[in-house]
Design a protein around this ligand. Structure first.
Ligand code: NAD
Length: 380
């Protein structure tokens, strides 16, 4: 069983799919792990670290690809990489089936078996494989660090002989995995934190982290959570009430972190340009939803926009800004997933196609799109 780890080629990507710890565990399962030379450098892991863990480090990307039974990736492989794999090989990673699905056609043509890790179901058994959570958690942390770096003042209250620095006021919009970590991080840095969400379950979680919960808690709010635990898109009436509440609150805030998302929909617009204009110069907004259209009307992907002294940070791929930690958790997620694909006694790949985690994540197999949510139009 040859497992391949390549140097990621997406612009700005510093993460790597497997860290040496995970390699070591796979080698113990009698896998041969091939790592492209330099693959771990963005996550502070050298070729020697991989060799020590038992990997075969090779500078020849093509030869690694052509011998791989399993290719593990962070980002969807490029067309040419899909093309170099042998028929029937397995590919595992963030394959983004909703985003330009035509780029998955080479995987179909080459009869690859592909698993999209963002589809791992949010059930207890799969928690250790939940790449969305592991990466969102670090993005929430990093958003606060990025905000603090742009903010020209200290976050904690400081009483010094030269005077007192007041604590920063931080407002977190969207209290899912990223938002809750942003709250916890801002609290650890000494900020006074408030947060909002449309799901009633978020209230207790926000309060348990020592932040104040602010929301329009009407009848619609009480029903805003789907059976899967996600937010619903709110009605126009609710959005108007929410905007009035946010407008009043935001003008008193120093830092705003936005993380609000609705599965399969563009990010909800929560901060208008008028709200930005109402904030004091020196304030900072970090929009973690910028890749999905942005929670802030003025956020621009990959840029820091300055609007009359208010900085709006729209960094892309925030988990990659904490590459070593993000890679470490991601690699553990992948290892946990690979464990269910491997027969540990026989020490070979043996996929149980009836396993609910396998069924929820497999996208393509034997030249066909097999995932019910993406067949057949995702192949178009
Ligand atoms: P997400 O990334 O889809 O959305 C982020 C947050 O934005 C959510 O809390 C959502 O309610 C909120 N939001 C959406 N519209 C909003 C609006 N208009 N205003 C304010 N906030 C808005 O969510 P997520 O981080 O993936 O988490 C969603 C839920 O799933 C949470 O309850 C989380 O605890 C749960 N979860 C469960 C598991 C598990 O059981 N294994 C794992 C991870 C997350």
């Amino acid at each position: 069983m040859n497992i391949a780890v390549l140097k990621e080629t997406s612009p700005g990507e510093a993460r790597v799919a497997l860290m040496p710890d995970a390699v070591k565990k796979l080698v113990a399962l009698k896998a041969t792990v091939f790592v492209e030379s330099g693959a771990g450098l963005g996550a502070a892991r050298t070729d020697d670290d991989y060799r020590t863990a038992g990997a075969q480090v090779d500078p020849d990307r093509d030869s690694i690809l052509s011998s791989a039974d399993v290719l593990v990736v962070v980002n969807r492989p490029a067309t040419e990489d899909f093309g170099r794999l042998k028929k029937g090989a397995v590919v595992l990673g963030f394959l983004r089936p909703l985003d330009e699905p035509s780029q998955l056609v080479p995987a179909l043509e080459n009869q690859l078996t592909t698993f999209s890790m963002e589809l791992v179901p949010r059930i207890t058994r799969a928690q250790g494989m939940d790449v969305l959570s592991s990466q969102a958690n670090l993005a929430g942390y990093r958003a606060v660090i990025d905000a603090a770096a742009q903010y020209g003042r200290a976050l904690p209250m400081m009483m010094t002989a030269a005077g007192t620095v007041p604590a920063a006021k931080v407002f977190v919009m969207g209290a899912g995995v990223a938002g809750l970590q942003a709250i916890a991080t801002a609290r650890r840095l000494g900020a006074v934190v408030t947060a909002t969400d449309v799901r009633p379950a978020a209230k207790e979680q926000v309060e348990s982290l020592g932040a104040k919960f602010i929301a329009v808690e009407d009848e619609e709010f009480k029903q805003a959570e789907t059976a899967a635990g996600y937010a619903k898109e709110m009605s126009k009436g609710y959005q108007t009430k929410q905007a009035a509440l946010v407008a009043e609150h935001i003008k008193k805030q120093d830092i705003v972190i936005t993380t609000a998302l609705i599965p399969g929909r563009p990010a909800p617009r929560l901060i208008s340009k008028e709200m930005v204009a109402s904030m004091r110069p020196g304030s900072v907004i970090v929009d973690l939803a910028v890749e999905r259209g942005g929670n802030c009307e003025l956020a621009k992907p990959g840029e820091i926009v300055d609007v009359s002294g208010v900085k709006i940070v729209g960094y892309l791929n925030v988990p990659s800004r904490v590459a070593a930690s993000a890679s470490s958790l991601y690699a553990k997620n992948l290892y946990n997933f690979l464990e269910i694909l491997i027969d540990k006694k026989e020490k070979k790949l043996a996929v149980n196609w009836d396993d609910e985690i396998v069924k929820a994540t497999v996208l393509t197999r034997d030249g066909a799109v097999v995932h019910p949510n993406f067949a057949p139009k995702s192949a178009a």
